[in-house]
Design a protein around this ligand. Structure first.
Ligand code: NAD
Length: 280
């Protein structure tokens, strides 16, 4: 039997737990989100994040800039937020306009208010197995989902397809820390099927609809589909060909309703955690 892992349901459970904690706090945590007004897809994500804040009693504010905003203006705003005692967590919605150096902007956020865990101090601490203030939301959400379904990660042959800084690299590292044997594949990997056919667990994060097909995986495989692509039909597609892969998998995440809701839930969890660390 194939388990279809319900990220939406688990995210709701996480929100209830967060709300119970937030209800007891005198000062409600505050998430500040920066977005530029050319980022249409980002605006949808930001609205989802605001809704999740509302559900849990976390405060949020969104600061929108014109697409021609200068790097200095963004950095000055981030510094104001870094110094603002009422702000616990800061997120810059990517992508930023081309003339902006995203790395510079992300690293202007104080590591103590780094909602997304992208600051190099937090990312670096995670990579050497120290406790970072926050861990990137998508990889953190994947591990939380695997734990919820009681997947024993230790000893698994794990294949991660994609090596981005926000998903592929950090999830490879987190799986390694949980004692999986990890292979990170990417666009230059030769004979990808050799790796995927031997994998007990596959995380696919490349942004190519229905890329991973049933003939590329073995029976009983665990599949985490991170990809989100909006098709011309308006529907969302993952990187995994759900029909052909689900018939062989022991567990699979759907798109939508799998990793996506977990990512937002982990952002809200990170905001609460930062506010508690901040007031300690
Ligand atoms: P990216 O777009 O930065 O990079 C894509 C990666 O895929 C690269 O490392 C590249 O080497 C690899 N790749 C491309 N073609 C390949 C091929 N044919 N074979 C093997 N590897 C190949 O990656 P990203 O930002 O991690 O995003 C990946 C996908 O995940 C996108 O669809 C994105 O929208 C989605 N995403 C979803 C969530 C979520 O919450 N569900 C979060 C982040 C990203």
């Amino acid at each position: 039997m194939t388990i279809i892992a319900d990220g939406k349901l688990l995210a709701e459970k996480i929100y209830s737990n967060i709300k119970a904690k937030v209800d007891k706090l005198d000062r409600k945590p505050m998430l500040a989100v920066i977005i530029t007004n050319d980022n249409e897809a980002g605006k949808i994500y930001v609205r989802n994040k605001q809704r999740a804040c509302e559900k849990t009693g976390i405060q949020s504010k969104t600061i929108e800039f014109d697409a021609d905003v200068s790097e200095n203006t963004l950095i000055n705003k981030i510094q104001d937020l870094n110094n603002d005692k009422n702000v616990d967590a800061i997120l810059v919605q990517l992508p930023l306009p081309n003339h902006i150096d995203s790395e510079k902007i992300l690293n202007a956020i104080s590591p103590d208010k780094d909602a997304d865990g992208f600051h190099y101090i937090n990312a670096g601490k995670m990579f050497i197995g120290q406790m970072p203030k926050t861990i990137a939301c998508t990889p953190k959400g994947i591990i939380r989902l695997l734990d919820e379904y009681k997947i024993q990660i230790s000893g698994l042959n794990a294949v991660v397809i994609g090596r981005s800084n926000i998903v592929g690299k950090p999830i490879s590292q987190l799986l390694l820390q949980r004692n999986a044997t990890v292979t990170t594949c990417h666009s230059k990997t030769k004979n990808l099927e050799y790796y995927t056919k031997n994998a007990d667990l596959i995380v696919c994060a490349i942004g190519k609809p229905k890329f991973l097909t049933g003939n590329m995986v073995k029976d009983g495989v665990i599949i985490i589909d991170v990809g989100i692509t909006r098709l011309d039909t308006g529907k969302l597609s993952g990187d995994v060909d759900f029909e052909s892969v689900a018939s062989k998998a022991s567990l699979i995440t759907p798109v939508p309703g799998g990793v996506g809701p977990m990512t937002v839930a982990m952002l809200i969890q990170n905001t609460l955690d930062l506010s508690i660390q901040y007031s300690e």
